[in-house]
Design a protein around this ligand. Structure first.
Ligand code: MOS
Length: 737
């Protein structure tokens, strides 16, 4: 029986709950100094003066670094700009220019954190302020197209939208808006930098150890093989740790300057600073259909905010291009500049916000046509990818609608808004489609069977708290023929074989095939050793005749005569057996369109007087290939849905229009869902095998969970109240009359 797929507890769970798992900030190095990042208090302008003498004279201070004293970096600190996954423009104290409030403008290093904090508070900085653009409403008056949107064109057009609109029986045209949101993983960004001569070691909380190595090496002008990045545990990433931000490089520079290891940890308020966010979007949506519900026209025009330093686009219209059949369609993306930090990937960037607009508009159209929302979606079901014309690698969306609706009890929904109640409470049922690309990249792994009969498998991937470590252990154990507790899987180190960024929901789909291949290759070496060994019970057999189970090796036809792997290796020289494999997507990647799909159903209860909304129940059914671990997989999907509740009802960063600072930059005032906000969440994963994505048939699931949830809840709120809220989050003031 296969271990892969089973609901195994996290292999690193015990280490995490007992505190023996050391996160980036928890490493303690000899003579380690502590850095505090000082940030700008204006949104636009120049530093006119920095008075550092008082700070420098404070107890324990080792370094006060400003743009006047920081070392000059190659290409002004922009040498790494343009690198995947995101060419960040960092703020590395190379000049006096300030582009946003909270921009790093100085770094103070001291022997203790308290000394560094005290000294940082003594810096006196004067600015020459310039007018700042902080209001998205006025910034979007002058927009421009981004060069590309995730390697796709910014704009697309197929058919003729105007004539499609003319031939329609019903149409919906509306504007949907989503606010700036900030990532709030439990573990903030943290870096420890330590130099040993010309060699740099970074303990960094990151989704991409290899990316940190490349970016830091390029920025500092040193060979990448002189940089090692270590990150065995991450306390949540969600996209903000997918890029290297300024603090990582600043820690490295400071450590070199003071000749001691330097630790730099962002505090919670700094998480609302120079480490990315989800930008504002304004999405104009038109959808029109005939009486039969078949879409005749669709237009999705997205404007998103970005910084003055860099173009980063929230790709909200990409889902619209592929989710439904529609002969006439236009999509576009535009950018509007704000004096804020640069936005970045945030869980399902584009899909989370884009499906809010798309799936809300379709719900509005269902009311206009008096059709069932699922029926309307089925009427426009895309049998192949409408954008590329390619067949799907697999698609079980019909099954998701069916199983989700059945489990949720969709049939009891009476379509009329305000028609369902529980006591005085308004009850609303809403649904939406979920989808996210099933990405896969090149990845490598090494498997080593040790003389004691256990195995060590590694890959330079990352575990963001998602269960990567656990599922890779399962995959390796199956491939090696070892029980789970005889396999140790390690990740998060650039010394391990390279793996892609743990972003774009691709780690499971990319790294698991490499782990499986490396483990299989090591196993084959072991089998060959046994076949050639006259003392082995399988001597002279063929490789197919050999079974390895639970660490025992035997001939398939005669499983009683067996020997342990340790015995076999001991007799054959006692050396570890090692195999390295690199895997990458084959021609299937080009031949098929790869996506996960799902259907999300939400029940909300709304107080008719107060407008308070409670998400009582969510049922979501997904077609996501083969789940590698039912427990961690369900948890991850559930976590995505919880975040979807945050997107729908709570999350919004309020930017002070005078100073450009996030006024609710803390966990007390930036609302994320807590346990009391979450009712029941039920996950269904339909049977789906996708041999075209990889050898395990597994699609990524990191991001699909949040998609569709915003619309499912907005649609349920409309059903409950008759109020169509097109501006997230749906706070009670928008629901009350
Ligand atoms: Mo994900 S937003 O690609 O980490």
């Amino acid at each position: 029986m296969s271990i892969t797929g089973q609901a195994i507890d996290r292999t690193d769970g015990r280490r995490k709950v007992t505190g023996t798992a050391h996160y980036s900030a928890e490493h303690s190095l000899p003579r380690m100094a502590h850095a505090v990042m000082v940030q700008s208090t204006i949104a636009n302008g120049r530093i006119a003066m920095i008075e550092t003498a008082a700070a420098s004279g404070m107890p324990g201070v080792l370094l006060v670094m400003t743009h006047l004293t920081a070392p000059t970096l190659p290409a002004g600190g922009k040498a790494a700009a343009g690198n995947p996954p995101a060419g960040r423009i960092l703020n590395l104290l190379q000049d006096e220019r300030v582009h946003y409030n909270n921009q790093p403008v100085a770094l103070v290093v001291a022997d203790t954190l308290e000394h560094a904090q005290a000294a940082a508070s003594r810096l006196r900085i004067e600015y020459r302020q310039e007018a700042a653009q902080l209001d998205f409403a006025s910034a979007r008056m002058s927009t421009y197209p981004p060069e590309k949107v995730k390697n796709e064109e910014a704009d697309t057009c197929r058919g003729d939208v105007e004539s499609g609109e003319r031939n329609a029986a019903a149409r919906v045209e509306a504007v949907y808006t989503t606010p700036i949101e900030h990532h709030n993983p439990m573990e903030p960004h943290a870096t420890i930098a330590a130099w040993d001569g010309a060699h740099l070691t970074l303990y960094d909380s990151t989704q991409y150890v290899a990316g940190v190595r490349t970016t830091v090496a390029k920025t500092l002008g040193m060979p990448p093989d002189k940089v090692r990045v270590i990150c065995p545990y991450v306390g949540g990433g969600f996209g903000c740790k997918g890029s290297v931000w300024s603090h990582v490089v600043l820690a490295a520079i400071a450590a070199r300057e003071v000749g001691r290891p330097v630790k730099l940890v962002l505090d919670r308020q700094q998480m609302f600073g120079p480490v990315g966010h989800r930008p504002n979007t304004e999405q104009h949506f038109l959808v029109a259909a005939g009486l039969d519900g078949k879409f005749t026209a669709m237009r999705h025009s997205v404007t998103a905010s970005t910084s003055f330093m860099e173009d980063w686009i929230e790709p909200s219209a990409l889902t619209t291009r592929m989710l439904y059949e529609c002969p006439n369609q236009q999509t576009s993306h535009r950018l509007a500049k704000l004096n804020v930090a640069t936005p970045t990937f945030m869980r399902a960037p584009g899909e989370a916000t884009g499906t809010f607009a798309l799936e809300s508009a379709i719900d509005e159209l269902a009311y206009a046509l008096q059709m069932d929302p699922i029926g309307l979606r089925l009427q426009n079901y895309a049998e192949q990818d409408p954008q590329s014309g390619k067949p799907w690698s697999s698609k079980s969306l019909r099954e998701c609608y069916r199983t989700g609706a059945e489990r949720f009890g969709w049939a009891r929904r009476t379509p009329q808004p305000r028609s369902m109640r529980k006591g005085d409470t308004l009850v609303g049922l809403g649904m939406a489609t979920a989808t996210y690309p099933a990405n896969r990249s090149k990845a490598a792994a090494r498997a080593t069977i040790l003389p004691d009969g256990t195995a060590m498998v590694c890959s330079g991937s990352q575990d963001l708290g998602t269960g990567t470590c656990t599922i890779m252990t399962q995959v390796a154990a199956d491939a090696l023929g070892l029980p789970l507790d005889k396999v140790r899987f390690e990740l998060g180190d650039t010394d391990f074989p390279p793996a892609p960024v743990s972003g774009g929901s691709q780690s499971a789909a990319s790294v698991a095939p490499a782990v499986q291949a490396a483990a299989t290759a090591a196993r084959l070496k072991l089998v060959r050793m046994a076949l050639a060994d006259p003392a082995s019970p399988v001597s002279g057999a063929s490789t197919e005749d050999v079974v390895i189970e639970n660490g025992w090796l035997a001939r398939r036809a005669d499983p009683q005569r067996r020997e342990s792997i340790a015995t076999l290796i001991a007799r054959n020289g006692g050396q570890p057996i090692e195999a390295f494999m690199e895997t990458e997507p084959g021609e299937e990647k080009e031949k098929y369109a790869h996506h996960g799909f799902g259907a999300v159903f939400a029940e909300v209860h709304v107080d008719p007087d107060l407008g308070t909304i409670r998400v009582e129940r969510v049922v979501a059914s997904y077609g996501i290939g083969r789940l590698l671990n039912r427990k961690t997989g369900h948890s991850q999907l559930m976590g995505g849905i919880v975040w979807g509740v945050g997107l729908a009802l709570f999350e919004q960063t309020e930017i002070d229009l005078r100073y450009g600072r996030a006024v609710n930059g803390n966990l007390a005032e930036y609302h994320v869902p807590v346990n009391a906000d979450i009712g029941s969440i039920e996950i269904i994963v339909v049977d789906e095998d996708d041999p075209r994505i990889n050898s395990l048939g597994a699609k990524g699931i990191g991001e699909i969970g949040i998609t569709g949830v915003g619309a499912a809840i907005a649609n349920a709120v409309y059903h409950a109240t008759g109020k169509r809220v097109r501006d997230l989050p749906i706070t009670l003031d928008k629901v009350m009359d």
